[in-house]
Structure formats: C-alpha cells, structure tokens
Design a protein around this ligand. Structure first.
Ligand SMILES: C[S@@+](CC[C@H](N)C(=O)[O-])C[C@H]1O[C@@H](n2cnc3c(N)ncnc32)[C@H](O)[C@@H]1O
Length: 521
C-alpha cells in the first residue's frame, strides 16, 4: 500500500484547473438552472484555483442557480426522520404552504427499506425512484456495514454509481477535477483514518478503482461536500454538487447555499455585479478572524486573505497586539463552555467560567462585547433562559447578541432575527413585568417588536425567496400578529418615529450603543 501511495501523482491529488476546459465547463453549466448566465473562471482570489462568476447583474432577492446534486446523504441520527430521496422531514412543524401543521394536514411518515433498514422513504414513489437510481446498488452492502458517516456514504454511493457506469465521462472528469487536497490529507493527523476508510470502501464496494483513485475521490468529498441546510436551519445531511463546489470562500460572501428538500439553491445576500466572483462562507460567519482562519486552514488548507480578515486582523493588532494568541485560546474555551451550557441546558456552566477565561485574555476584565464568540454565545444562551421561563434575561441576551453581531445579512442573521421577534412576542404575551426604571413601556415594546417583524418579513422574502416555505411561514406569523390586533395599521412616518424612540430606549436598557440599532426598511 505504501508503494502505491508514494506514487500518487500531484495531478490526481489536487484536482485540475477545470476552468481551462471550457467544453467541460459548458456541459457543467448546462446541468444547472441559473437565473443569470454563469461562468467558470480562473478565480480572482489569489491561489484559489477555479471559481464561479456571473456575467449579468443579479439583484438581492433573485435566485442565482439551483441544482440537483450528484449525491445526497441523510445526516446521522436523522435516517428515521427524513426521506432518503426527497428529504421531506417527518417532524416538520410546517405544511407545504409554510403554515403550522394541523390535524387536517396529511400526516408525514417515513418507512424503512425492508431489507437494509438504513434508508427511509416517505412514499412508494420515492422508494422506487431511489431504488432505481442508487439504492439497489448499496442496499445489500448497508446490511454488512450499517454505521458509516454521511461523508462515507457519499463515497460509497459515488463508487457504486461509477462501478455501474452511471456517470457520463464528462461527469466523472469534472468530479475528478475538483480540488481534493489529497496530499494535504495524507500528511495530516487524520491520514490513517482516511486511508483506512478508503481501503474498506474498496473492499465493500468491489470498485475497480485503485486506492490512489479512491483516496482522491474521498478527499475531494471531504473538501467539497456541503451540509444540507434547510431554510429553518435544520441540517438534514451531506451533499456533493459539482457546480456549487466551484464557489470559493469569502468571510464577507455574496451568496449562501440552502436546500429545499434535496435540491440545492444558491441565493445572493446582496446585489452581485456582472463579472463579480460568486463566494460563500465555508465557516461560521459570526466567528472572529482568529477562529475562521484556523478552521479554514485545518479543513480547507488555505490562509484566508479576504478584506474582512485583513481588516479584523489589523484592528486586533492595534487593540491587543501582544495578546492575540491568548485571545484565540480564550475564544476556543468560550465556544467550548457555550456548547457545554447549551447541551446541559444550564447557563451557570457558562457564567461560572466565562470571567476566568476572558480575564486571561483581557486582565482588566474588558472583553469587547462585540468580539466573537460573545454575541453568538449570548444568542445561544438566551434559549436556555427562555426554557427556564426567565423571559427578561432571554430577551436581553437575544437582543444584545443580535445587535452586536458584525455580519448583518444572510440566512443565519434572518433566522436569528425571527427568534428575537419570538422572544419579544413571548415576553409580551406573558405580560412579563420588568421593574428596571429605564425599561420601555409595553406600547414601546410592541412598537419595537412590530418594527423588527416588518424588517424580518422583507428580509426573509429576499433572502430565501418569497415563495419558499420558510419565507411563507414568516408571512403567516406576520399576518397572525397583525390580525390579532397587536400591530399598528401601517408602517408610516409616525410609526417610524415611535419605533426609533422605543428602540433607542431599549438599547439604553440593554447597554447597547445606539449605532447598533436595526433600521426600519
Ligand atoms: C470547494 S473548493 C472550491 C473550488 C476550487 N477553487 C477549485 O479550484 O476546485 C475549496 C478549495 O478552494 C480553495 N479556496 C477556496 N476559497 C479560497 C480562498 N478564499 N482563498 C484561497 N483558496 C481558496 C481552497 O483550496 C479550498 O480548499
């Protein structure tokens, strides 16, 4: 095996410049439904290889393109909840129009494949389609090896499809042309696992591909796979799509990827100009440059030099030049205690350790409130306060977290704004009394909530697409609130003035600077 690996040629290990093969690029682009003409280009980002761009302007609110990925696989723990073919989610609270499900809606259920019990389907039709397309090739094998990670299952599916000659030569060539970082993986700490997994995959699928080739395909999956995030933020699986794989990273991206069922959609989060390269964020957009760069280096093998990283790094060097390493370490520890607190549903786990961690980085105890992961930790901890009925704390944490986030666009920001609005509504519905003298009146709280709901409605439609189930669910929520008589009749100048005053008061109470206020759109 070592002999075989020592001869892995670089051309196999690192993919090839797909943009140089324009015939293949044309084939690839013909396979997706795009609103504006796309182009596969040599990336404008230094060292990034191939990239994707648009030749026309694309507005915020338009869909860029949609595609049926080469392979999708359901997430671990979700197999018995999700249809392996259409990705309908059995426990979804919404019906197809975005309304909360009622007894009148058709009941959703998924049933296991009788033979392997590894894949579930919502209907005979889905099961038959899956069987024909891929499941007949893997069913017996899943009986033998039932516990494979989603990325592993993507590899098995690809090897089976290749074995049955179900990839066209162009499809296979483009799949093999994706960046794989095989060399980097084979030099990394997980090389043993990668080689072991590829070896088992060869034994189990009886593929005719060599170990070198299977390694390249597997590393390509590790580099290019996307998570199947639905608009509501639920992660249902892992997917490999060739055209979406060509989107390079930026920490200030112009698109995001979302799935409707098993179909992938790339949507702008602002206006994109003709000729601009399409980018998405590979990591948590709300994290700090120190965390983002470290994740990108370890998982995607590059050092991010985007404008946002550069400017954040410059500001860190100005504010705490000698403490950058300590801050990075404290950020990791804060993330860890936030995860523990959320898992145990206990805020004290966070509160009892946070000040020791933050003072290790800032001995004066002044961890900047907008320095990650502080804002997102607050938002996550708000849900625990809420679960324990502590509505004032929940509202304060969610509000501060949301307003202190640096990045104010895209799917995640929109989802979080929806949660914030729900904290407001819950607060008001339970007639919660906050005795702080500077707390806004109930009428002012209603104005702020309605203003945020209005921003959310506009923003969700543009971000996810007005007709999507998620945006529709926000519309239902909006209508329900308005029809309940709690909202002013119209968003007009008088309302805008009241909203601004009420929000200003709320920000003073929460200890948030006024320049963080959300503008009424
Ligand atoms: C999903 S692929 C993107 C397509 C890739 N550029 C290609 O040529 O196939 C991810 C890889 O592209 C490169 N890449 C993406 N964004 C980058 C960036 N901002 N700077 C440098 N390299 C980047 C890295 O090698 C990364 O592992």
């Amino acid at each position: 095996m070592d002999d075989e690996l020592s001869t892995v040629p670089i051309s196999i290990s690192s993919g090839y410049a797909l943009h140089k093969d324009q015939t293949l690029c044309a084939e690839l682009l013909a396979s997706v439904k795009a609103a504006a003409p796309l182009q596969i280009i040599r990336s404008k980002i230094s060292g990034a290889g191939t990239g994707l761009s648009v030749t026309n302007n694309v507005d915020f609110g338009q869909e860029l393109f949609r595609s049926r990925p080469v392979v999708n696989c359901v997430e671990d723990g979700y197999q018995h909840l999700v249809c392996d073919y259409c990705y309908v989610y059995k426990d979804s609270k919404l019906n197809s129009s975005g309304r909360i499900r009622t007894a009148e809606d058709t009941k959703l259920d998924v049933k296991a494949c009788n033979a392997c019990h590894a894949c579930y389907y919502c209907s005979k039709t889905c099961q038959q389609k899956a069987w024909k397309l891929y499941h007949k090739l893997e069913c017996a094998m899943f009986l033998k090896v039932p516990t494979i990670s989603p990325r592993g299952r993507v590899l098995y599916r690809i090897l089976n499809l290749h074995k049955q000659k179900l990839f066209s030569p162009d499809q296979w060539r483009s799949l093999r042309g994706l960046t794989s970082h095989t060399t980097e993986y084979l030099r990394s700490t997980i090389s043993g696992d990668v080689i072991g997994f590829a070896t088992h995959a060869i034994e189990n699928t009886k593929t005719s591909l060599s170990l070198k080739e299977v390694l390249a395909v597997y590393c390509s999956i590790l580099t290019n796979c996307l998570s199947i995030y639905q608009a509501d933020g639920r992660m249902l699986g892992t997917s490999l799509d060739i055209v979406a794989s060509l989107i390079n990273h930026s920490c200030d991206p112009n698109t995001f990827v979302v799935f409707e069922g098993g179909e992938l959609r790339v949507r702008p989060i602002r206006k994109i100009s003709a000729g601009e390269e399409i980018t998405q964020c590979y990591t948590d957009i709300d994290m700090d440059v120190l965390i983002r760069r470290s994740v990108l280096k370890s998982e995607y093998f590059f050092h991010c030099c985007c404008a946002r990283c550069k400017s954040q790094m410059q500001s860190h060097q100005k504010l705490f030049p000698e403490r950058i390493k300590q801050v990075a370490q404290s950020q990791q520890q804060l993330l860890q205690i936030t995860n523990e607190a959320v898992k145990e549903r206990n805020v004290d786990i966070f509160e009892s350790q946070a000040s020791t961690i933050t003072t290790a980085a800032f001995p004066d105890g002044q961890w900047p409130e907008d320095l990650a992961p502080w804002p997102s930790s607050r938002i996550r901890l708000a849900s625990i306060h809420q679960a324990h009925g502590r509505r004032i704390e929940a509202l304060k944490y969610a509000l501060k977290g949301q307003l202190l986030l640096e990045h104010r666009s895209g799917d995640r920001w929109t989802r979080r704004l929806f949660s914030l609005v729900q904290y407001f509504r819950d607060f008001l519905m339970h007639q919660t009394i906050c005795r702080d003298t500077d707390f806004p009146t109930e009428a002012q709280m209603k104005d702020v909530m309605y203003g945020y709901l209005h921003v959310l409605k506009t923003y969700a439609g543009k971000t996810f697409g007005e007709k999507t189930r998620y945006a529709q669910s926000i519309l239902w929520y909006y209508d329900d609130y308005v029809n309940g008589g709690s909202a002013p009749e119209r968003i007009n100048r008088a309302f805008a003035r009241r909203f601004n005053q009420a929000q200003a008061k709320l920000l003073v109470w929460a200890g948030v600077e006024q320049n963080r206020a959300i503008a009424l759109t």
